[in-house]
Design a protein around this ligand. Sequence first.
Ligand SMILES: Cc1cc2nc3c(=O)[nH]c(=O)nc-3n(C[C@H](O)[C@H](O)[C@H](O)COP(=O)(O)O)c2cc1C
Length: 396
Amino acid sequence: MPMSQVEVPLSGLADFQNSIYLQGLGDVVPALPTDLTKLEGLAERALSAQAFGYVAGSAGSESTARANRAAFDKWRIVPRMLRDVAERDLSVEVLGTAMPSPLLLAPIGVQSIFHPDGELAVARAAAAEKVPMVLSTASSYSIEDVAEANGDGPRWYQLYWPKDRDLAVSFLERAKAAGYTALVVTLDTFTLAWRPRDLDQAYLPFLRGIGVANYFSDPVFQKAVGGPITKENRDMAILHWVANFGNPSLTWDDLIFLRDHWDGPIALKGIQHPDDARQAVDAGMDAVIVSNHGGRQVDGAIASLDALPGVVEAVHDQATVLFDSGIRTGADIAKALALGAKAVLVARPYAYGLGLAGQAGVQHVVRCLQAELELTMTLSGIKSLDGLNPDILVRA
Ligand SMILES: Cc1cc2nc3c(=O)[nH]c(=O)nc-3n(C[C@H](O)[C@H](O)[C@H](O)COP(=O)(O)O)c2cc1C
């Protein structure tokens, strides 16, 4: 019997581990490292200095980004033994979307600076792995083109809420028509923060016409600049983007507007304070995403993982709590779920995977995280996501 047909002790998502070792018998080793913390260093060598600075950089002295990672080390898992973990199930449904594991691909803008196929490659990877992708408003390919690349894969849409309300409605209508089933509204980035890596290179991709595909392809946007975007009106279109990108005057009362124009589930991204989480529930939101944008917005801010328990307590089962900012390993996912998140969004690691190996690089990142999560759980005596609760953790 060929080795590949032997029944292995761990099937499921952890089977990725078996396939790596089996390929090794033919002298094939993984093209990318399986310790995903190593991707950043490789990406630094592979990407242009501008693209690398854009993805790896954070706000100010980058202390929030460091705190995001350090917060995971403050919690340790306490493995338990003899608990029959022969059958495991990591699948979950979040906001009406079924997924093989509690993992989504976070919204990341301007992906064509990492790889020419950008969001199209990510959409294909997401569909192949059946993992939901969250498409950014600031994508390098349009809502419709990404949907086509994603096929019948699960997809959500992330809104950067523009000043022009008609433009916001147009984005929502386009996303709905193109099969995006949930709306993520990012609240923490109505303007870009002080980001020294980008400032020192005087690099903002949007001003170069990258990451504005959804705007330039939009009928409302086009009408505002006098017609389809051409060489002649391109600069004016970019200035119109600058004037419209974010709206610092929004308040909680404005959320009614979104409810009126989006009939699917809505998640608010960028929540860190328990009172904001409670206000989200009061406003009838379906979910909050505990996130500090990977430390890219407020330097010196609370680590996202440190904010999670307070938000979970405040929401008290009245809304779904999702988490991002600092996820690099399967163990990180286990800790975030143990502290009350229903699922996590992975971000920079898949952007590095995209930059290093396109669609295959994104799939590699997804498979590594899923396999590592399943192995972490199994070896800790946990066979389903319900088993991930604060009792499995101690403070370091
Ligand atoms: C290059 C880059 C672009 C991003 N673009 C967006 C975006 O368009 N919309 C959004 O809501 N979040 C965006 N984010 C934030 C991510 O969705 C996520 O919150 C953050 O990266 C999590 O931190 P981590 O990557 O360190 O885990 C971006 C992050 C990076 C690194």
